[in-house]
Write a protein that binds this ligand. Structure first.
Ligand code: SER
Length: 414
């Protein structure tokens, strides 16, 4: 099942169950929500509905939301599943259905719509939290049991895993995650959902949005009970296309192919090459979407996030031996893959090309010079038998040569 069919299967299922299908909101959050720099989850644009401040367009909604998670930048490339930019399929109830229907539909769509073997689905539920003053989510456990899931596949996890909050304050609630078991060989013996291996892929989170979290950590009930679910499109694609990671799915593989074509090296030929190609694919795709939504490279806020991923991509591309200018070709390929679903990419093609070209030219020289200096420092450190470079040198790289400190840190770690 390719990505367009996954989106279609999901949206059609909910449209048939009276959900209004709405387009993705921008990656740039509304000015009324200063709590995040970028849209990190499907629920972000809906916060005013959960809080009862605005009327939703319908009580039942479904969509595919563009998301960007800055917190995952440094995980990209190291795992089979982390991305900065990704698409989140979601169904929403604003004071309409709640846990029972949400779980029932989750089960039906997983097993019938997407054809998952029921034996391979595991779920996690909120196990309770003293600080929040909440016990385990017995209601969700009962509903899963009624669905026919045996107790050993209903895993109780702590607040850190199974209580969703978009930030330190705001709408929140216990959640229940659906996992697909990809087989013992991808993990360690005895792995369970929530363990950090590739065996259990969390593909769909159902949040029972019930409370408003205040700054002092206390919970008060929202005006109504809501449902927020989020299904990662790329993770679903990896499962349904039976490929080992999100990078080999139809939404990302063409970007890896481009790296291979342009560098003459093979994805998978060496761990550092695999990692570099993944970073280039993810970051160039994220860059293209951010610029299409009006973010421009700068030294602060969301402009800096964009600049950071562009620079990381350039640095990894240099390592692969890509001849500059090359970054724009990845933007073009992203538009080829995604332009039909997201017309803003095509509409902003020229602007994207301009910003990418300027940034690549501007940072190219800095990257060249900074990398040479850093390589010399590393050689010297090795000769001196130490495992560090002097802080003053890292500062000089930044201050005199404009080479970002976090890049120095990352390269030293590598
Ligand atoms: N808000 C939840 C998440 O992002 C479900 O959509 O996981």
């Amino acid at each position: 099942m390719r990505a367009p069919q996954i989106r279609d299967t999901y949206l059609s299922y909910f449209a048939e169950r009276n959900h209004k299908i709405i387009p993705s909101a921008s990656l740039v959050p509304s000015v009324h929500d200063p709590s995040v720099l970028l849209t990190t989850a499907g629920m972000q644009p809906f916060k005013p509905y959960f809080l009862g401040q605005e009327e939703p367009p319908a009580r039942r909604v479904a969509d595919v939301q563009k998301c960007f998670r800055t917190t995952d930048i440094e995980s990209v490339g190291n795992t089979a599943r982390h991305l900065t930019f990704f698409e989140m399929l979601g169904n929403w109830s604003f004071g309409d259905y709640f846990k029972e229907e949400s779980i029932q539909m989750g089960w039906e769509l997983s097993t019938e719509g997407f054809g998952f073997d029921p034996e391979l689905i595991w779920v996690s539920v909120f196990g309770g939290d003293e600080e929040l003053g909440l016990g385990p989510d017995e209601e969700a456990i009962e509903i899963w049991r009624a669905q026919g899931l045996p107790d050993e596949r209903i895993v109780r996890l702590p607040r850190s895993e199974n209580f969703w909050q978009a930030g330190p304050t705001g709408p929140c609630g216990p959640c229940s995650e659906l996992y697909f078991d990809r087989g013992e060989e991808l993990g360690r013996p005895g792995d369970r959902p929530g363990d950090d291996t590739d065996r259990f892929v969390e593909y769909w989170n159902h949040v029972f949005m019930t409370y408003d979290l205040a700054e002092d950590g206390t919970l008060s009930p929202l005006p109504m009970k809501n449902i927020d679910t989020g299904m990662g499109l790329e993770r679903m694609a990896a499962i349904l296309q039976d490929v080992p990671s999100v990078f080999e799915t139809d939404v990302l593989r063409p970007l890896i192919d481009l790296s291979e074509e342009m560098s003459g090296r093979g994805y998978g030929s060496d761990p550092s090459v695999t990692r570099a190609m993944r970073i280039v694919a993810d970051h160039s795709r994220g860059m293209t979407f951010l610029i299409a939504d009006g973010v421009v490279p700068s030294n602060e806020d969301r402009g800096y996030i964009l600049r950071r991923i562009m620079r990381r991509a350039m640095q990894q591309g240099r390592m692969l031996g890509l001849e500059p200018p090359w970054l724009g070709r990845f933007a073009d390929r992203t538009i080829e893959i995604m332009g039909e679903t997201y017309p803003e990419l095509e509409a902003e093609r020229e602007m994207i090309a301009r910003w990418v070209g300027d940034e690549e030219e501007g940072f190219g020289r800095t990257l060249e010079r900074g990398t040479e200096i850093l390589e010399a420092l590393i050689t010297r450190s090795k000769e001196a038998g130490t495992s560090w470079v002097e802080a003053a040198e890292a500062f000089r790289l930044h201050d005199t040569y404009g080479f970002p400190y976090e890049m120095t840190k990352e390269l030293l770690a590598e």
